[in-house]
Design a protein around this ligand. Structure first.
Ligand SMILES: Nc1ncnc2c1ncn2[C@@H]1O[C@H](COP(=O)(O)OP(=O)(O)OP(=O)(O)O)[C@@H](O)[C@H]1O
Ligand SMILES: [Mg+2]
Length: 278
């Protein structure tokens, strides 16, 4: 493992969390996802350790968004198991049978997971502040006063201290995305899922949003599953990159290795196209 003084390691990134005997934060076991006859993910197995930041790369349609949506329980799992902190998220095996977990258990697990989407998905009929305090109050049962206080500090953190009373429609895309990040962080998630969060933004604000996420990566122990085309960002913040094709992991490894010296031809070709040299 590289030491902190290794010049190939960008300064802000600490060493990868140990993947020792500790229970993984996310575990996919023989995951299958079908949409009708279309098998999108097949026999997918991987684990993510606590505090680990993993970037998923791969061509369009390879199943990256589907993986995040499965973790967020926005899609129904059609086969296999997903565990969060060792607890089954959607199904478990009981007496040799695959049975759904209770809604109550699933809801409790889901509160540990936050997601930021490409299209922001803010509630348009609520102010910025209301967007941020909604779930902490109604899902976690936090006192309103505490939720408001936390929301203001998060708005400060994402550089929007004056926008608490604004409506999302009056904000730019970059501002809306910063609110969406604040909204996800308001739940103090253990796991943060980021699906192409800068793809819908004007190029000049992409850097601001990525810097906010870099800071979250540097200052918290939140486990991140990231889908992005921003390869510089992926390289800086990730401990591991997983290359997908056809719903399977083609290759995985340290970002320095995957981005500079990928072994698999499919990865070489994909990165050649994405990074604009081939
Ligand atoms: N709701 C849905 N109904 C039917 N098919 C779907 C649905 N969502 C995704 N798919 C299919 O699942 C496959 C994987 O889609 P997914 O969105 O996960 O890919 P992706 O890797 O995120 O692609 P992109 O890079 O374009 O975002 C695609 O073939 C897609 O058509
Ligand atoms: Mg996608």
């Amino acid at each position: 493992m590289p030491t902190p003084t290794d010049p190939t390691v960008p300064a802000p990134r600490e060493a990868a969390p140990s993947s020792s005997a500790e229970t993984p934060v996310i575990e996919f076991t023989d995951v299958e996802k079908r949409f009708g006859d279309n098998v999108v993910l097949k026999d997918l197995n991987f684990t993510v350790s606590r505090g680990e930041r993993v970037t998923l790369i791969g061509p369009s349609g390879s199943g990256k968004t589907t993986i995040l949506r499965l973790v967020m329980t926005l899609e129904e799992l059609t086969g296999g198991y997903i565990f969060i902190d060792g607890e089954p998220l959607t199904h478990e095996e009981r007496n040799g049978k695959r049975v759904p977990v209770s809604k109550k258990r699933q809801k409790a697990l889901r509160t540990r997971i936050g997601m930021v989407f490409q299209q922001f998905n803010l509630f348009p009929n609520m102010t910025v502040l209301e967007n941020i305090i909604e779930a902490p109050i109604h899902v976690l049962g936090r006192p309103k006063k505490d939720a408001i206080e936390h929301a203001h500090s998060l708005l400060e953190q994402v550089g929007l201290p004056d926008k608490a009373d604004a409506h999302p429609t009056s904000l730019s895309g970059g501002q809306q995305q910063r609110v969406a990040i604040a909204r996800a962080l308001a739940m103090d998630p253990e796991i943060l899922l980021l699906d192409e969060v800068t793809s819908a933004l004007d190029p000049e604000v992409v850097g601001d949003v990525l810097n906010i996420l870099r800071e979250v990566a540097d200052t918290t122990n939140v486990t991140m599953l990231i889908v992005t085309h921003e390869m510089g960002f992926a390289r800086d913040v990730s401990h591991k990159v997983m290359m997908f094709d056809g719903g399977r992991v083609v290759e995985e490894g340290h970002p320095d290795k995957i981005f500079t010296n990928p072994e698999h031809e499919r990865t070489q070709k994909f990165l050649g196209a994405v990074l604009g040299h081939n």
